[in-house]
Write a protein that binds this ligand. Structure first.
Ligand SMILES: *Cc1c(COP(=O)(O)O)cnc(C)c1O
Length: 478
């Protein structure tokens, strides 16, 4: 924050009472008595039954988003003659039930660790429908993936290619299905994207050759890390090259970055084909589909974006004279983010005079940066509302803060809340389904909140609340 006097942002003028739709899940409604229901369950009952803080997941909303992404991309790519797989990016939030739901809705599951892989397998997702990511996979993780017969391992370095091939050689068995993760230079997220030839980050293998650029280099002279890796995979009979993978960013609201990435990846695919005769079957452009966090923000529309991406992929394929590959995407946030909210109980409420004529009401809740690190980590903005009752009090500029020993422990940076907000009120923060529980910590030895699913007027615990006994059980007192 700068030293300038805080001014309420434009979005605050849109902040009304809780209504279904962005940034809330579609199953949110305020009852006649003024209390909010989610999936037909009164938030007061949720708090009484499960305690607070609690993550509440609207099952129908999540399932509908999964189904919608699957249908939208299948239809759009059918128009250009290609099949699509939609992988749910489990890192956004994964539990056994959620893995099962998305699989029932026709999605596959992407994992990025042995833990995520174990949860997907426990859910009964067949190995063939699971992908494994990671820039530093352990031997144990690779072994588990091979044992499970995962459908694809996305390799991220030359070292990993050799390690994986050696592992397969030592075990025997079928060649491991592999995609090569490349970096196209496109970085998207927020409202803009940047595209540069060179990369300074840990993921993937760059498309930039030593001499010239990816667009101008002669096929035989392309010594880019990406081309080198593809050739390395083809050189190992223990590996089966499925295709090329590229993930350009997260919370993308300007879709033009996908078109730039598609063009680079399809050009690389064509260069590899001219050089080796191998035209890889699949292309994956990763996840990153943006959602609304604040009133007035508009999420990417799956139908529109699917059509745009299908058109860019088809155009780029035509430009380089190849067929349209089998295509896959990996949305995480867009499936689970809007389906979740966090329910807190208000404690201390403290007006703080921040400038002449401007007072900010600091509203402390019973969680904080341990259950939602995104505001502290990325400056992420959220929306909140008092949900246990309807207040007609004038709205005041408020900041929702947690109970941790950090002044940066902010949950909602600024929001207009009823001026009579008080201890004991239930407060909900919208769109916390993604990267909330999955990034939660035990900072200050708080116990991580439960994840409670709601559907058809009933609630059930998907992941139980951690207890102090859980924390003590890890401490050996050695
Ligand atoms: C994080 C990630 C995703 C999911 O990103 P969202 O923004 O949640 O859609 C997909 N693929 C890869 C490789 C990722 O790292």
């Amino acid at each position: 924050m700068t030293g300038a006097a805080p001014q309420p942002s434009a979005h605050l003028h849109d902040a009304g009472t809780v209504v279904p739709g962005e940034p809330w899940s579609t199953g949110v409604a305020r009852g006649d008595d003024g209390a909010v229901r989610v999936g037909g369950v009164d938030v007061r009952d949720l708090a009484a039954q499960h305690g607070t803080p609690a993550y509440v997941l609207d099952e129908q909303d999540l399932r509908t988003r999964a189904r919608t992404y699957r249908r939208a991309f299948a239809e759009a790519f059918a128009q250009v003659g290609a099949d699509v797989d939609v992988y749910y990016a489990g890192k956004a939030f994964l539990s056994v039930a959620v893995a099962r739901w998305v699989h029932e809705e026709g999605l596959r599951v992407d994992t990025a660790s042995g833990g995520e892989l174990a949860v997907a397998l426990r859910a009964g997702v067949p190995g063939a429908d699971i992908g494994l990511h990671g820039n530093n996979k352990s031997d144990d993780e690779l072994t588990t993936a091979l044992d499970a017969g995962v459908g694809r391992i996305i390799v991220d370095s030359l070292v990993e290619i050799e390690r994986l091939a050696d592992l397969v050689a030592s075990r025997g068995g079928a060649p491991a299905p592999v995609m090569v993760r490349v970096t196209t230079g496109v970085h998207a997220g927020g409202h803009e994207y940047i595209s540069t030839a060179h990369e300074d980050q840990k993921f993937g293998l760059s498309l930039a050759p030593t001499r010239g650029t990816a667009d101008t280099v002669a096929d035989a002279d392309d010594d880019s890390p990406a081309m080198t890796a593809l050739l390395a995979v083809l050189a190992r009979p223990e590996l089966r090259l499925l295709g090329i993978h590229s993930h350009i960013g997260s919370q993308i609201l300007d879709p033009s970055g996908f078109a730039v990435a598609a063009k680079s990846v399809l050009a690389l695919r064509a260069r590899l084909a001219r050089r080796t005769g191998v035209l890889v079957a699949e292309v994956d452009l990763g996840g990153g589909y943006g959602i609304a966090y604040l009133p007035g923000e508009v999420a990417l529309d799956p139908d529109r974006i699917a059509k745009e991406i299908a058109a860019s992929v088809a155009d780029s394929a035509a430009e380089v004279g190849t067929d349209v590959p089998r295509f896959s995407i990996e949305p995480g946030r867009a499936i689970v983010g809007p389906a979740g909210l966090t329910l807190y109980t208000v404690g201390t409420v403290k007006p703080v005079r921040v400038d002449e004529g401007l007072t900010r009401l600091y509203v402390s809740v019973d969680g904080g940066m341990s259950d939602n690190i995104r505001p502290a980590l990325y400056g992420a903005r959220y929306h909140a509302e008092v949900v246990g009752r309807l207040s007609t009090a004038d709205r005041v500029l408020a900041r929702v803060v947690g109970k941790h020993c950090e002044s940066g422990d902010i949950v909602v940076h600024e929001v207009l809340l009823p001026g009579d907000v008080r201890a004991g009120d239930l407060l909900a923060v919208a769109a916390t389904g993604a990267y909330g529980r999955s990034m939660a910590s035990n900072y200050n030895l708080l116990t991580r909140p439960p994840v409670v699913a709601v559907a058809d007027g009933a609630s059930r615990v998907l992941v139980r609340r951690e207890t102090v006994a859980d924390l003590l059980a890890l401490d050996t007192d050695a």
